[in-house]
Write a protein that binds this ligand. Structure first.
Ligand code: ADP
Ligand code: ADP
Length: 234
C-alpha cells in the first residue's frame, strides 16, 4: 500500500510587506511501502519544504497529505505527534546530536520522551547502536567521533522507535565521499529490511542509491522516474 500520498500540495511563505515565496506549487507524489525515493533539485527548489511537510514538521498552505492512510490535516496535535514518532525516523545533514551526551544517551533520548523504562531504553539503544556497527563507541560523545560515526549515531536514534519510514535530508552533506558511501550502504540495508526511504539530495551520485528519483524545480515536480540503478540498459 501507499504510505505517503501528497496531493496538490502548495506552500507559500509570507515574507511581510506583501512579499510571498511560492516554495511548492501543486506537488503530487505517492510513495509505496518499502520504496526508496530520492528527491533531487537545485538549491531553493523546494526540497526541504516538501520534506518538512512529509515529516509533519510544517503544514501546507493548500492540498492534502495522507500519512499511512491518515489525512494529516484532520489529526489533532497529540495524534500527529504520536503518528510522527511512531512512523517516521529523521536523519539530518548536521546530525543534530546533543554535544554533551554519549552516543548511547543520544540514541535513547526519544525513548525518554515517550516514557520507556530505563532498562528497556538501555537494551534498545545498545541494539540500535550495534545495528549501525557502533558497538565500540557507545560511551563516546559526538566530538570524540568521526563525521560518519556521528551520522551512524543519528541513524540509530532515528531507528529507535522502529519507524517504517526514514526521512533523510542531505544525510551525506557533511561527509567525505567514502564515508558518504558507507552511510548510503547503511540506508541500502535499512531498505532491504523493509523500511521506506525518502532521501533529499542535490548530489546525483547519492540519488543513484535510490530506486526512484523525483526531480523538483521551482516548487514543481519536473520528472519522476526509476533511477539508472534499476532502469534497464537501452
Ligand atoms: P499496491 O500496488 O502495492 O497494491 P495500491 O496503490 O493499489 O498499492 O494501494 C494499496 C493500498 O493503499 C490500498 O489499500 C488503498 O486503500 C491504499 N491507498 C491508495 N490510495 C490511497 C490514498 N490516496 N490515501 C490513502 N490510502 C490509499
Ligand atoms: P531547497 O531545500 O530545495 O534548497 P527550500 O525548500 O529550502 O529549497 O526553499 C524553497 C524556497 O522557499 C526558497 O525560495 C526559499 O528561500 C524559501 N523558503 C524556505 N523556507 C523559508 C522560510 N522559512 N521562510 C521564507 N522562505 C522560505
Amino acid at each position: 500500500g501507499e504510505v505517503i500520498v501528497v496531493h496538490d500540495l502548495w506552500k507559500t511563505y509570507d515574507m511581510g510587506s506583501e512579499q510571498q515565496v511560492h516554495a511548492l506549487q501543486g506537488v503530487t507524489v505517492r510513495i509505496k511501502h518499502n520504496e526508496y525515493v530520492a528527491i533531487m533539485g537545485p538549491s531553493g527548489s523546494g526540497k526541504s519544504t516538501l520534506m518538512n511537510l512529509i515529516g509533519c514538521l510544517d503544514t501546507p498552505s493548500r492540498g492534502q497529505y495522507w500519512l499511512n492512510g491518515h489525512l494529516v490535516s484532520e489529526l489533532n496535535d497529540d495524534e500527529l505527534a504520536r503518528i510522527r514518532n511512531k512512523e517516521i525516523g529523521f536523519v539530518f545533514q548536521t546530525f543534530n546530536l546533543l554535544a554533551r551526551a554519549t552516543a548511547l544517551h543520544n540514541v535513547e533520548l526519544p525513548l525518554i520522551y515517550n516514557g520507556t523504562p530505563a532498562a528497556e531504553r538501555l537494551q534498545r539503544a545498545e541494539a540500535a547502536l550495534r545495528a549501525v556497527n557502533l558497538d565500540g563507541r557507545m560511551h563516546h560523545k559526538p566530538n570524540e567521533l568521526s563525521g560518519g560515526q556521528r551520522q551512524r549515531v543519528a541513524i540509530a536514534r532515528a531507528l529507535i522507535n522502529r519507524p517504517s519510514i526514514i526521512l533523510a535530508d542531505e544525510p551525506t552533506g557533511n561527509l567525505d565521499s567514502k564515508t558518504g558511501d558507507e552511510i548510503m550502504a547503511l540506508f541500502d540495508e535499512l531498505h532491504s529490511r523493509g523500511n521506506t526511504i525518502v532521501l533529499v539530495t542535490h548530489e546525483p551520485d547519492i540519488a543513484e542509491y535510490a530506486h526512484r528519483v523525483v526531480h523538483i524545480r521551482d516548487g514543481k515536480i519536473f520528472s519522476d522516474q526509476p533511477s539508472s540503478r534499476v532502469r534497464k540498459p537501452e
